[in-house]
Design a protein around this ligand. Structure first.
Ligand code: TXA
Ligand code: MG
Length: 324
């Protein structure tokens, strides 16, 4: 079973224990402001292979490489002026920027799936401190079995992967609750590869340009982890519900009453006040709770497609997609 160390009370012990396990080439679960990550040394191929093995990932997808700061990131990759400006504006924070790898960067091809680009992010808070202490970038997908809902607490990680990893660092519930936004600059234009915890509107405000959004096959190939039945709970998922049946769980948003709520298996509200940031924080935890109620279907009421709603609706469409 995994050892769990609470970084809020034992930070130094956590950094030492984590550096030891990471140095041994094993993955550990770390808190980030978006979701919990299953982290391993991005320069050690055996360590990265263990991430795929632990998640049960069917194929090698490029992983996000986490850095302590922009200066460290520039040791591994080349930043054009727009990518650098985005990094300066939003790091540390929930933004991943895809940039060309330097030759002989040291980041192993298993972390980038052999691409000549790398997705880099500087996480806020403890994870950044850990990376600075450890001294190597950490490759980290979300800390969950492939295809399942992302973990936003140490308890989620323990329930899913506790038998497979040595160490889980606990920082309580993740602040943001959905994965980072991923962008890539192409010929001076910014392409949104994955909506996430940084609203696209923020990037548009700082960059002064509209993001290119593509729901086309090429974007799907660039972000293969984002396909079809990702984020799937055990129950079926029904979107834009205006009523709920007695075998269903209801996950609502906002104050509008929903017909049938009195007899639903369980009723949860992502944000009774209609606050999208609060809804993002609660999303994955409530999906797990609704799933655990034994409901055949989870019915979601509509969520506005603005700000963080874009990332929430993206995850909900994947949860509702036909299963592989
Ligand atoms: O918030 C997050 O981003 C979390 C936390 C742990 O930091 N991490 C995360 O990583 O979601 P992961 O590995 O599950 O998602 C990586 C996504 C994949 O869809 C992958 O295809 C895309 O990023 N990606 C990574 N490198 C890429 C590259 N060079 N080009 C295009 N897409 C890339
Ligand atoms: Mg994931």
């Amino acid at each position: 079973m995994a050892e769990i160390i609470d970084i809020r009370t034992n930070k130094q012990q956590a950094i030492e224990a984590a550096s030891k396990v990471l140095g041994d080439g094993l993955p550990i679960a770390i808190p980030t402001e978006t979701v919990y990550g299953l982290a391993a040394d991005a320069t050690n191929p055996a360590a990265i292979a263990r991430i795929y093995e632990t998640k049960g990932r069917p194929q090698f997808n490029p992983l996000i490489c986490h850095m302590a700061d922009l200066a460290m990131a520039e040791d591994y990759a080349d930043f054009d002026p727009i990518s650098r400006a985005l990094a300066e504006a939003f790091w540390p924070g929930p933004l991943t920027i895809v940039v060309p790898l330097k030759t002989e960067s040291g980041i192993h091809a298993l972390a980038t799936a052999g691409l000549d680009t790398v997705g880099i992010r500087v996480p806020k808070g403890f994870a950044g401190e850990l990376i600075r202490a450890f001294g190597h970038p950490l490759a980290a997908p979300s800390a969950n079995t492939s295809g399942k809902i992302s973990a936003t607490s140490a308890a989620h990680v323990e329930a899913d992967l506790g038998g497979k990893i040595k160490l889980i660092l606990d920082a309580g519930a993740s602040d943001v609750g959905v994965e980072s936004t991923i962008v890539k600059v192409e010929n001076g234009k910014i392409r949104l590869l994955r909506p996430g915890g940084l609203p696209a509107s923020e990037i548009e405000r700082v960059s002064g340009q509209r993001l290119m959004r593509s729901k086309t096959a090429s974007a799907a190939i660039e972000a293969p982890g984002m396909l079809a039945s990702h984020y799937a709970p055990g129950a079926a998922v029904r979107l834009d519900a205006v009523d709920v049946g007695d075998r269903e769980a209801l996950i609502a948003f906002g104050a509008s009453p929903v017909v049938g709520s009195e007899t639903a298996r369980i009723v949860l509200n992502l944000s009774p006040n209609g606050d999208l940031a609060e809804a993002a924080t609660n999303l994955f935890d409530y999906m797990k709770r609704a799933d655990a109620s034994g409901a055949a279907t989870i019915a979601f009421t509509a969520i506005p497609d603005e700000g963080l709603g874009e990332a929430i609706n993206d995850r909900l469409r994947r949860a509702a997609a036909p299963r592989e």
